[in-house]
Design a protein around this ligand. Structure first.
Ligand code: NAI
Length: 331
């Protein structure tokens, strides 16, 4: 049994987490869940959305699965996710995006991995008033963090047998920061002559992804570009309810669905658990439990193909319980 910290989160979080746990158990994953809190539930118990006890549990057990957390707005709280990434140095956001059967989208054969730098860029939180009416937001890019994420992307491409890595940039208008990012990517690419290397401005990547997403494979970029591009790529295959996500560092790893806590449907039993379930499958891969991970991925495909018991966001008339049952039957 591998201990894994489990954070149910807010809104639909506990609903999709319970479904995910049931499916992992049916897939014979060997996981010992250790519950921790973050988000509104943590506010109620500890007076803050990300208590130290939760961070300490992740530091102890190294791996966590997290449901979406509501970020209290206008109360001076920074996003829980930004804090988790920074405090645990989860420098790489990894989002695999693949076409799925039975999903009605204009694209086929999409198979991308978006790798996003998670710790700096505009998310460094360096923002201030220069004078009233003038705000400066600083975009921090450091050589170490740039090389760390680019090397991570190339290693990921190598170990997963991918063909190509594209560094996504805007070096023409940001010659110092993105110029350095691209220079580092060129140097790292020299160590991987067996992978095709491309350096492409973000606007062209956006256009080409809309025209033909099969032109790309692994994409690596800084924080804000990655935030936007990873949601765009999720849209190519059916949206945030389907794609998994991981935040990986040198010591810790946190797996989570990329959708939010969906307050509009919370408590109604209609949430789609697939994004969290597939994040859990990525987590199983990460801890070396390949067989249950493979079974879960296959079950997701079969369930979507059969179109039975699907939740409303997937065009069905089922609910969380019916899709969970289908996912278990199809394991
Ligand atoms: P959201 O992703 O929660 O909801 C957007 C729309 O998608 C809603 O109509 C919702 O019903 C639907 N939806 C989302 N997940 C679904 C699922 N699994 N099954 C069926 N339908 C689903 O985004 P929103 O409304 O902008 O954010 C709500 C809260 O979530 C905010 O407090 C925000 O800060 C937080 N949030 C948390 C994230 C995290 O913890 N990773 C990520 C994004 C937002």
């Amino acid at each position: 049994m591998t201990p894994v910290v489990m954070i149910p989160g807010d809104g639909i979080g506990p609903e999709v987490m319970a479904a995910t746990q049931a499916i992992l158990q049916a897939a014979q994953a060997r996981v010992d869940w250790i519950e921790a809190v973050a988000g509104l539930s943590a506010m109620e118990r500890f007076g803050e959305p990300l208590p130290d006890v939760t961070l300490d549990l992740i530091r102890k057990h190294r791996v966590a699965l997290k449901g979406p957390c509501t970020t209290p707005i206008g109360k001076g709280f920074r996003s829980i996710n930004v804090r988790l990434r920074r405090d645990l140095v989860l420098f790489a956001s990894v989002r695999p995006v693949q076409s799925l059967p039975g999903i009605d989208v204009p694209y086929r054969d999409v198979d991308l991995i978006v790798v996003r730098e998670n710790t700096e860029g505009l998310y460094a939180g360096l923002e201030h008033y220069v004078v009233p009416g003038v705000v400066e937001s600083l975009r921090l890019v450091t050589r170490d963090a740039a090389e760390r994420i680019i090397r991570y992307a190339f290693e990921l491409a190598r170990t997963q047998g991918r063909r190509q890595v594209t560094v996504v940039h805007k070096a023409d208008v940001l010659p110092l920061s993105d110029g350095m990012f691209v220079d580092i990517a060129r140097a790292v690419a020299d160590d991987y002559p067996f992978l095709e290397f491309r350096e492409t401005p973000i606007d062209r990547v956006a256009l080409e992804l809309a025209l033909d997403p099969t032109r790309y494979d692994v994409l690596v970029m800084e924080n804000l570009f990655g935030d936007v591009m990873s949601d765009l790529c999720a849209g190519l295959v059916g949206g945030l309810g389907l794609v998994p996500g991981a935040n990986i560092g040198a010591r810790y790893a946190l797996f989570e669905a990329v959708h939010g806590s969906a307050p509009d449907i919370a408590g109604k039993g209609v949430a789609n658990p697939i994004a969290l379930l597939r994040s859990a499958a990525m987590m199983l891969e990460y801890i070396g439990q390949r067989e249950p991970a493979r079974r879960i991925e296959e079950s997701v495909r079969k369930t979507l193909q059969n179109k039975r018991g699907l939740t409303r966001d997937l065009g069905g008339d089922g609910n969380t319980e019916s899709i969970t049952q289908e996912l278990i039957v199809n394991l």
